[in-house]
Design a protein. Structure first.
Length: 385
């Protein structure tokens, strides 16, 4: 009975060990390399009632070096949006030693698709993990970026944060992308010598290196995995605003039931401002100026159509209309900032319902104008003199 209980106990222990190990494979890599594992077998038997035993002698082997690493991009959606002319735009990666031996790493950046194209590409080993590319953290190509201890060993450094930094050209086109890949290659700890793989067959008395890394990107130099390399992809995407203004004549009313542009007729203008880019406009920066054409006067009364209006688009601009501003300054300064001094448009109203003194009308809505087709209209009437 005792024998059966012992077997059950051993089975339970093994089952628990398997369960625990199976649920922590991402955190622990198992026994460190160069650990000696020794085992001796014994045989117990009786001869004429005399108990005897025989020993196999110790059989030893050392644990080999499982060369494994993982490069991961940490940016949301593996993408960072940039605007034309922006500098020091950062892709954030980690390099993790998922093997069982302390190793070093060589770093490179591959850019298989460069449509923007991003320039001044640099790599920083972010030693303090603050996400800021400090001058003292810049990586020199060909150097060992740093040794990492085996992943999952408590109290050791098994992960390094790496920043890939680049600048966006001023002429970058909206929605264009660049694909970036951080590539890490395993080296012998404390050196820039790439870690070689042992050719085999296995020598139980010698620590040998076996590549066990997963599939990275197609930017890795070798085409067969595992190969001692790993890499991860991320993208820069240009997301910029692009405003267009289209001015049209919405209607003409001549007072005779037709639509001829004769003196005394009311002409309705519409200015449509559209953001065809995917990016938003900077907050509180949209300003629309329109000088009143010569030989016309701005309508400021319901008799000729009413004061200017702001109408948000069906695809919202996300802007909030401000009070319209009016200038009575002469050319060429009629729309200059200093010309808008709080003039009240209804100060003068002639027999046509217009103010002949107004020389420019301005609308400066508040907020950040939305992209992807967001638009608004400004509508106003003039009376032909």
């Amino acid at each position: 009975m005792q024998y059966l209980n012992t077997r059950k106990a051993i089975g339970l222990i093994l089952a628990l060990a398997f369960f625990i190990g199976g649920t922590h494979t991402a955190l622990a890599v198992g026994t460190a390399s160069n650990t000696t594992i020794s085992n001796t077998a014994t045989v117990d038997y009786d001869v004429a009632g005399d108990s005897r035993s025989a020993s196999s002698g110790a059989v030893n082997f050392v644990v080999d070096n499982k060369v494994d690493l993982t490069v991961t991009n940490l940016d949301a959606g593996n993408n960072v949006n940039v605007i034309p002319g922006s500098t020091d735009r950062i892709l954030t990666y980690t390099v993790t030693n998922t093997g069982n031996t302390t190793q070093g790493y060589l770093l490179t950046v591959a850019v298989p698709t460069a449509n923007i194209p991003m320039g001044n590409i640099r790599i920083y080993v972010d030693a303090n993990n603050d996400g800021v590319p400090d001058a003292g953290e810049i990586y020199a190509t060909g150097d060992n970026a740093g040794d990492l201890d085996p992943n999952g060993v408590i109290g050791t450094d098994d992960v390094m944060q790496v920043l890939v930094v680049a600048d966006t050209p001023a002429g970058a086109t909206d929605t264009t992308t660049d694909d970036f890949r951080l590539v890490a290659r395993t080296t012998i700890a404390g050196s820039t010598t790439p870690q070689p793989e042992s050719p085999g067959p296995n020598n139980p008395a010698v620590v040998e290196a076996i590549f066990a890394d997963g599939v990275g990107t197609d930017s890795e130099p070798d085409t067969v995995d595992p190969d001692g390399y790993h890499s991860a992809a991320a993208t820069y995407t240009v997301e910029s605003a692009a405003l267009t203004a289209v001015k049209t004549i919405a209607s003409t009313t001549d007072g005779f039931g037709s639509d001829f542009a004769i003196p005394g007729a009311y002409v309705e203008y519409q200015i449509r401002v559209t953001n065809s880019g995917v990016g938003a406009v900077d907050n509180n920066t949209v300003v629309v100026n329109d000088p009143i054409p010569t030989n016309t006067k701005l309508c400021v009364n319901a008799a000729c159509g009413g004061l200017p209006t702001f109408v948000d688009g069906a695809t919202t601009s996300a802007l909030t209309a401000a009070a319209f501003e009016y200038s009575i300054a002469g050319t060429p300064n009629e729309c200059a900032d200093a010309s808008f001094t709080g003039y009240v448009p209804t100060t003068v109203v002639d027999g046509d319902g217009a103010n002949p003194n107004i020389t420019c009308v301005r609308q400066a809505p508040t907020g950040s104008m939305a992209g992807s087709g967001g638009f608004f209209d400004i509508q106003f009437f003039v009376v032909i003199e």
